[in-house]
Design a protein around this ligand. Structure first.
Ligand code: SME
Length: 152
């Protein structure tokens, strides 16, 4: 599936998923399945000033709650900007989840200027994430932003 098809499929999940949690779960599963360089795909939701792990596909992570001043996840949420890290081992912000991980992209989910959460993807391949990944995931984040509720 090309990126346009992936985005369309996620858009159609909005209509078919029974609730937001299922929509997020089906979205991470679809991304993981369609994009072989996406080894860990998850969604964190902002809840009472912390990022709380929601649906994900991949190995369990110890980072189920991340304060906004920690990690690449915290950096993306507090700046409201997508963060791409080509080599996680040289980024002092990085919170390790799996020893195999080499690169990461984190895309905030924003509605009306409020951060609702973020899409976090790890790859075992160095510098795996391109501008095409950024464009796709920012589109997916917009689709999800429309459906998620604000928790702060
Ligand atoms: N690497 C992230 C933490 C989340 S795990 O990758 C799933 C970070 O540095 O914020």
């Amino acid at each position: 599936m090309d990126n346009q098809k992936i985005s369309q499929s996620i858009q159609s999940l909005v209509a078919s998923a029974p609730d937001t949690r299922s929509l997020m779960g089906e979205t991470v599963a679809l991304l993981r399945h369609e994009l072989p360089h996406y080894h860990w795909v998850g969604i964190y939701l902002l809840d009472k000033g912390e990022l709380v792990l929601g649906p994900y596909v991949g190995k369990p992570t110890p980072h189920t709650r991340i304060p906004l001043n920690q990690g690449i996840c915290g950096a993306a949420a507090s700046s409201g900007q997508t963060v791409i890290v080509d080599d996680v081992n040289t980024d002092p912000r990085y919170l390790a989840c799996s020893l195999e991980t080499r690169s990461e992209i984190v895309v905030p989910i924003v509605r009306d200027g409020h951060i609702l959460g973020e899409i976090d993807i790890d790859s075992d391949i160095p510098a795996a994430f391109t501008e095409q990944d950024r464009a796709l995931l920012e589109e997916v984040a917009l689709i999800l932003a429309d459906k998620l509720s604000v928790k702060g």
